[in-house]
Write a protein that binds this ligand. Structure first.
Ligand code: LLP
Length: 416
């Protein structure tokens, strides 16, 4: 991550001092680097250049219009999991022919919208979904291109909440049932079999689970082809990890090489659905220290961002580096960095040693670009944080800070 660097004592995003952004736009503020975002996307394009492929950015990681627009202009497709994500992707100009739709609970309305848009492929997660899609497509006079999302029963070695490729998880169709599933699909008149799919988990640090999963998909694809089914697309999901501390996840280049090794001479078109590895280290959360107080053996540093703005530390016990925006020459202190929300789970770091914090200090929560803003809420009636994009020495707001009236704008007080 070279786009958030220190110049002298000041932390910069590209050529803009973060303190300047805090001053201009206020805090809490998500800040994204355009250079980092495009570099990460480009790294995938270059790594997979030798393989026929589409990068379908996983919109859930960060669905901001400005981010989708930037990626869309670079040729990205989208992996969506809801009608809302379809709406956002299309609005950002991502062509439907580059959109794949995953998710265990697609509603009728969402399915109709995606059929109407004529997306590239539905990744089907259950037999019931398959027959509902067939019916819906029939009613609309359409044919739905599908893959079955296969649960290859492989341990991706990651946090249980984001591990999806094990038999015990709710995702996909068991590998053993896949052939039968495709046979059923083959009998449905409004279904067109297009590919095979899996997604085994997120924040993966090892290549081996990916390779095992792809091998399983390829053996299935081979079997299906030998039985006369047209399999053109191989969707291997997302999940490549990023460094949050000093981890060393495989680079897109290493990942692509591993994939290419397993693919051999396969002529399938590859779909990949990276989210975190494109946007995670392209963003930070900027927050200001409101108060500090003495706790037992440590200090509490209370900042103006809360778990509603950024829930990863609380939800996954995730580590995020936290640094002073302006380097201070103070002695190190053991502290809990916590938000204003009325829950003990409202923390960004526990037992962290940092140069002492005082009221007014700006802190940067690093690597917050993925699953940060996208998982935020207005819990405790805290309006949504603002988001800004930096490109060179220019910056702009890409989402306004929420207002109090936003909090109530969709409510009604009926007389019943
Ligand atoms: N494709 C599918 C079908 C997915 O379910 C996901 C993520 C991705 C692609 C993108 O995975 P990525 O490349 O970003 O790892 N909120 C959690 C992460 C949840 C991931 C859910 N699925 C977190 O903050 O760690």
């Amino acid at each position: 991550m070279h786009s958030f660097t220190r110049r002298g004592k000041e932390l910069f995003c590209e050529d803009v001092a973060l303190s300047e952004l805090a001053h201009r736009y206020g805090t809490p503020l998500y800040v994204y680097s355009h250079a980092a975002l495009t570099r990460h996307y480009q790294a995938y394009e270059e790594a997979f250049a030798g393989i026929s492929h589409i990068i379908c950015y996983a919109v859930k990681a960060n669905p901001s219009g400005a981010i989708l627009n930037t990626l869309g202009e670079m040729g990205s497709g989208a992996d969506i999991v809801s009608g809302g994500e379809l709406y956002r992707a299309m609005r950002a100009g991502i062509p439907a022919s580059r959109i794949v739709y995953s998710g265990v609970g697609k509603t009728k309305r969402e399915t109709e919208e995606a059929l109407d848009a004529d997306i590239l492929m539905f990744n089907i997660e259950s037999f019931t979904e398959l027959s509902v899609l067939n019916e819906t497509a029939g009613r609309m006079g359409k044919k739905a291109r599908i893959s079955l999302r296969i649960n290859p029963d492989i341990d991706p070695v990651t946090h249980p909440y984001i591990s999806t490729g094990l038999r015990k998880s709710k995702f996909g169709i068991p590998f053993e049932a896949a052939l039968e599933g495709y046979k059923r699909a083959g009998r449905l008149t409004n279904i067109e079999i297009a590919g095979v799919d899996c997604h085994i988990g997120s924040q993966l640090m090892l290549l081996e689970p990916f390779k095992q999963a792809i091998r399983r998909l390829l053996s299935l694809a081979g079997e299906l082809r030998s039985q006369g089914y047209g399999i053109a697309l191989l969707d291997i999901g997302g999940g490549l990890g990023i460094p949050y501390a000093d981890e060393k996840p495989p680079s897109p280049g290493e990942y692509a090489k591993a994939v290419a090794d397993v693919l051999g001479n396969e002529k399938l078109k590859l779909l990949i659905e990276p989210g975190r590895s494109i946007v995670g280290n392209a963003g930070i959360l900027l927050t200001q220290v409101l108060y500090t107080k003495k706790g037992e053996g440590k200090r509490f540093v209370i900042v103006d961002a809360g778990m509603n703005d950024f829930i990863r530390p609380c939800l996954y016990d995730a580590y995020h580096e936290i640094v002073h925006v302006y380097e201070v020459d103070r002695s190190m202190e053991l502290c809990d960095i916590v938000g204003p929300v009325c829950e003990s789970g409202d923390f960004f770091a526990l037992n962290r040693t940092l140069p002492g914090c005082v009221r007014g200090d700006l802190l940067a929560v690093m690597s917050a670009g993925a699953y940060g803003s996208s998982m935020s809420s207005v819990y405790n009636s805290r309006p949504l944080a603002a988001e800004a994009l930096v490109k060179g020495s220019a910056s702009a707001i890409i989402r306004e800070r929420g207002t109090y009236s936003d909090l109530t704008s969709m409510e009604a007080i009926p007389e019943l």
